[in-house]
Design a protein around this ligand. Structure first.
Ligand code: GLY
Ligand code: MN
Length: 466
């Protein structure tokens, strides 16, 4: 993406907003002292409109002309951080009207007070400064910014151009390498943390970062299990929900589930096949104009019918879906937007992801549905049905009372300890009448492909041992 392309994005922003815009980037976050910081990630909207990932930068955009306010080089910078680039050289590289020192920001905003609008970022100190300069309180969750600005940003950021799609293909390519490496290196007798370390190492070796904390667990029923505490035992299923982020900030988000010993047991295969088929049933539905909630309900219906055949649910599929009973085993939405953030634009609440007049479903599980747009062409979404045996759900007296007769809780008890299954792909919606592109299509997911790959290379422990 070249500097003129970023300028074009800023022009589009100005046309839509009709007011001067002040964008702030995140600052670095100290771990214990400023020079010992945690890894830096730029704010996604700042990146989108400037291509500038410098910590603590601000961009003032007035009538389409952009001035970047940047930290000037400090004495000692070259010694500690390597070659420094002058402000003028950075001006040319970013293709902006002017680059000024950060110290000049307040004066530049002075005459614009009352008209200036801004967006909240995750960094609290930056939000405070933006709130002060615009006179309007901002908070990353809750008060993201002026409505017209938020609307413009979400509309522009939501649909992907050809360059962004290439970036997302690259994020998917890296995720594919890392998932395949993790599958090949899985063994009974290994450990979650070894697979997690290998996955993250493969991502890093490609010049990428992980797009979120990789989920690597035999307790797949804990939807976002943050820990790597468990050994990998014969008979376990391992769930790996992990993605890559390119240097430009674009994400992939992929879940695969496989048997630790490389061979599904018959009951694992039955359950896995059902989840896989729900994923494959929904992916072709990701076409322009399709209501996303309908895809969620299609996944729920598919799973409900299969779980009924397996003896866990009872009754008609309509009732199982409408009542929320199917949510006992599928307690989350079928997916979300993905782009510069893995749950893209979710910092703006439901506004970017729910069409006007729509709100979250009330059914158990479906209330976690994060998206209900009529899908525009060129958005990228995830499709991630799952099946879980969650003790906290199966033992919940209120849920047992509510779904008695529809859920066979006695049969479900026998599945406790099975864990969870999720099969997740990143899917690009194309133009009217066109089939979607599955960005993550080459990551093995059929039973045969998984069984052919798992355990076929050196173990993660061997690969990582010094
Ligand atoms: N990969 C985590 C999620 O989609 O919530
Ligand atoms: Mn996801």
């Amino acid at each position: 993406m070249s500097a003129p392309d970023f300028a074009q994005r800023r022009r589009q922003l100005c046309e839509r907003v009709g007011a001067p815009v002040l964008l702030g980037n995140n600052g670095t976050r100290a771990r214990n002292l400023p020079m010992n910081s945690v890894p830096f990630r730029a704010d996604s909207s700042f990146l989108y409109f400037t291509g500038c990932a410098e910590p603590g930068a601000y961009a003032l955009v007035v009538d389409g002309q952009c001035t970047l306010f940047l930290q000037p080089p400090e004495p000692g910078d070259e010694l500690w951080h390597g070659e420094v680039e002058s402000l003028e050289s950075r001006r040319q590289r970013y293709g902006v009207h002017a680059v000024k020192a950060l110290a000049e920001l307040d004066a530049a905003c002075e005459g614009l007070r009352g008209r200036l609008v801004s967006l909240a970022v995750p960094d609290l100190a930056v939000n405070q400064r933006l709130s002060g300069l615009t006179g309007k309180a901002l908070a990353y969750t809750g008060s993201p910014g002026a409505e017209a600005l938020v609307d413009a940003v979400m509309q522009l950021r939501r649909s992907r151009d050809a360059w962004e799609i290439d970036e997302m293909r690259e994020a998917a390519r890296v995720a594919s390498l890392a998932h395949r490496a993790a599958m090949r290196a899985t063994r009974a007798g290994g450990h979650e943390r070894e697979i997690a370390a290998l996955f993250d190492a493969v991502v890093a070796s490609q010049g990428a970062t992980t797009s979120y904390h990789s989920i690597v667990t035999v307790r797949g029923e804990i939807l976002h299990n943050p820990d790597y505490k468990n050994p990998l035992r014969e008979g376990d299923l391992l769930l790996l929900d992990g993605g890559a982020e390119t240097p430009s900030g674009y994400a992939s988000d992929v879940t695969r589930t496989w048997p630790v010993n490389g061979k599904f047991t018959s009951r694992q295969r039955d359950m896995y096949q059902l989840c896989l088929e729900a994923n494959e049933h929904c992916i072709p539905m990701c076409t322009a104009g399709r209501r996303y909630a309908d895809i969620h309900w299609a996944a729920t219906r598919y799973l409900a019918a299969g779980l009924r055949d397996l003896g866990l649910l009872r009754g008609g599929v309509d009732g199982l879906v409408e009542s929320g009973a199917a949510g006992v085993f599928f307690p989350h939405g079928v997916g979300h937007l993905i782009g510069l953030d893995v749950h893209d634009l979710e910092n703006f609440g439901d506004r970017p992801a729910y069409a006007q007049g729509r709100s979250r479903p009330k059914q158990f599980g479906a209330r976690f549905l994060r998206l209900d747009l009529d899908l525009p062409a060129d958005v990228v979404v995830t499709i991630e049905p799952g099946i879980y045996f969650v003790p906290a759900i199966l033992h919940d007296p209120a849920l047992r009372a509510e779904f008695e007769g529809m859920v066979d809780f006695t049969a479900a008890e026998a599945w406790l300890g099975f864990g969870g299954i999720r099969v997740e792909d990143d899917v690009r919606v194309r133009g009217e009448g066109e089939a979607p592109e599955v960005l993550t299509a080459d990551i093995p997911k059929s039973v045969a492909d998984i069984e052919a790959l798992v355990g076929t290379g050196p173990s993660a422990r061997e690969r990582l041992s010094p």
